[in-house]
Design a protein around this ligand. Structure first.
Ligand code: APR
Length: 229
């Protein structure tokens, strides 16, 4: 039995496009990260086993860029909506721009840049020093600390919790995602028939989910739509 729709709950599902105007690269645009780097060498368990130093360098560089980036008007508009609604952000991004804009309920599906984790016990998290994660940084079990990021082929984090919020939401807004990567993108299928559904993105790499109104624009050009929800 599905729960009743909660008109007070607004769920945002975000991807790399919402952080593009913060100066952070997306993945699949023509100038995207995966056009320049072999994704499996830096974002898969195979890549980690073959060359952990390369993976750590890639992560440390991205982490530095993310910590120096600033939230955009879209991140702030979402945070400001908390004055009117119960706002939950479900993000595929590993940056902390939603949190730094003031969003209090942020669910990361693909991990976070803010901490490292044991490479043998996924639930053991560790702070990362200014230097980033280095080879030889060991967890309490003596294993190498790794980025707390979900690599291709690993299970996505927090999916059941994220699904519950989408099912309950009176409004679901997806921003800055190509909707290519599963199972994350599949969450939008759980948005209710009578919920208000909107997709704000420049391009979609797959079908626009049923019932979603596609606004082909930059996130920063749509803050009025977010504020008027
Ligand atoms: N405003 C809105 N949308 C934008 C903007 C912008 N300023 N700039 C780019 N976009 C759109 C692009 O058109 C594209 O549809 O954002 C989307 C980014 O898509 P991807 O690069 O595929 O990023 P994302 O959907 O977040 O990828 C999902 O793939 O590689 C994995 O783990 C990685 O979390 C990531 C996942």
């Amino acid at each position: 039995m599905k729960p009743l729709i909660n008109k007070q709950k607004v769920v945002f599902f975000t991807g790399a496009g919402i952080s593009a105007e913060s100066g952070l690269e997306t993945f699949r645009d023509s100038d995207g990260m995966w056009e320049k780097i072999d994704v499996m060498s830096v974002a898969s368990t195979t890549g980690w086993q073959q060359n952990p130093g390369l993976v750590l360098d890639f992560f440390n560089q991205r982490r530095q860029k993310m910590l120096q980036a600033e939230p955009t008007a879209a991140h702030h508009a979402i945070a400001e909506l908390q004055a009117k609604y119960d706002v939950v952000v479900i993000t595929q991004n590993i940056d902390d721009l939603h949190e730094r804009a003031g969003s209090r309920q942020v669910i990361h599906l693909h991990g976070s840049v803010l901490c490292g984790r044991s490479s043998v016990h996924a639930d053991r998290l560790y702070p990362i020093s200014e230097k980033g994660i280095q080879l030889g940084d060991l967890c309490e079990f003596g294993s190498q600390i790794r980025p707390n990021i979900v690599w291709f082929g690993e299970s996505v984090q927090n999916m059941e919790e994220a699904k519950r919020h989408v099912i309950e939401a009176g409004t679901v807004v997806a921003i800055g995602t190509s909707l290519v990567v599963q199972p994350a993108a599949g969450l939008l299928r759980y948005a209710r028939f009578h919920a208000n559904k909107m997709l704000i993105t420049l391009d979609v790499g797959s079908q626009v989910p049923f019932g979603f109104r596609w606004i082909r624009a930059k996130a920063s050009e749509c803050t009025h739509l977010i504020k008027s929800l």
